[in-house]
Ligand binder design. Sequence first.
Ligand SMILES: *Cc1c(COP(=O)(O)O)cnc(C)c1O
Length: 465
Amino acid sequence: MTWNVEEFVNAAAVTVDELAAYVDESQRGVPRVVGRRPPGELAERLGLARWIREGGMTVDDHAGFLRTYLAEGTRLHHPAYLGHQVAAPDFPAALADLVHGVSNNPMAIYEMGASAATVEFEVLRWMLGKVGFGESGGGVLTHGGSLANLTALLAARASVAPEAWTEGVPGDLALLAPASSHYSLTRAAAILGLGERAVMPLDVDGLGRIDVARLPEALERVRRAGRRPMALVANACATGTGLHDDLRGIGGFCAANGVWFHVDGAHGASALLSEKHRHLLDGIDLADSLIWDAHKMLRTSSLAAAVLTRREGDLDAAFRQRASYLFYGEQGFDLIGRTVECSKAELGLKVFLNLAWRGERGLGEYVARRYATAHRFWELARERPGFECPYEPESNIVCFRYGTGDQADIRERLMEDGAFHLTSAEVGGVRHLRITVMAPATDDKTLEALLDRIAGAEEATAGSR
Ligand SMILES: *Cc1c(COP(=O)(O)O)cnc(C)c1O
């Protein structure tokens, strides 16, 4: 059936109305930040079985359904959303999702979306410039940081063991990474056929940061174990703590020893856009490969992540596709040789429209403000009795403890009534509460309320015992 365009216009209009109301009340912090209704009850409430069985949704039904659907979910625009590192998307990127949904140009091959492919290419060139890889670098956008890490490590493997693609993986490869690195790296090692046991932990300080002075010992351990280093991974920043490894120190060591240097900048690379915070990434240009998520701090929806390599050929070698991609060759370029995915979404458009509307400066300010708000939380928490902060935050991620009880219980109570959405993480082997400041609506008032709530709730519980 062809579209009834008028019906589309009407349905889209009510969708926009519902979304606008949703964002507006979310930003003002009116409703609960998180819905926790059990799935059975929710399926009933949404009438899922009936809709699937009978169909026939009208514009009015659609509006009603959407209202419940949105209300029962998690509100990332809400000031009390302090949970996982997922963007409160900006609307230009949201509109890009709609454009993709309608036009569907899966542009991994140029002929399936010339505009989308060209936009992605220019976004990548911008990113390469920001990182300092410039004209000789290569890149591709993938559906998320985990896939990006896998792709980058595939490039590392191709560099160290090019025969692996056809002959299988040699048994002596090792991946050097701190225990604080994202789990997708260990997974990637397993998927790439190295096996989880090939991940050899680097020495770290009490906060999980790589101890640069002890890198020679780590390399020695790898060699004594009869292995070859495939890559060494550093965090920029670490998911749990939001702290940064010393990229310049580590990069220098890797260069001197011929070790592939991979920087996981999924969360933190966006700080390149903030003058005040750029120094945290000093040495990032020494990386052989890097990942950078746009759906974290560049405010696109999930997922849009960049894999960037210092030498373009390294990325092409990852999948053993022999091709030299002309920037603007007559046929265009096919990015399919650089990705696990075959078809892929118009990811570049999301990043591009945010850039086009807000400018690099606007996005940099967004990052700087979230980092400043998180720092403010640390200042406030430190002054209060019972709160303990193990380090000064460098990004928008802060870990802390309240009292001596089970921190997971505190989190559970805050989540239960939908007042706050926060997470927890281990720092130095000890469970901490963790906030990530993502929503522009989060302000000092929110932070004070959270601290009040934690202290008040805990005292109430202690009193009732
Ligand atoms: C979020 C994150 C990832 C994973 O990214 P996804 O897009 O969620 O797959 C990897 N590394 C770090 C450091 C992260 O913070």
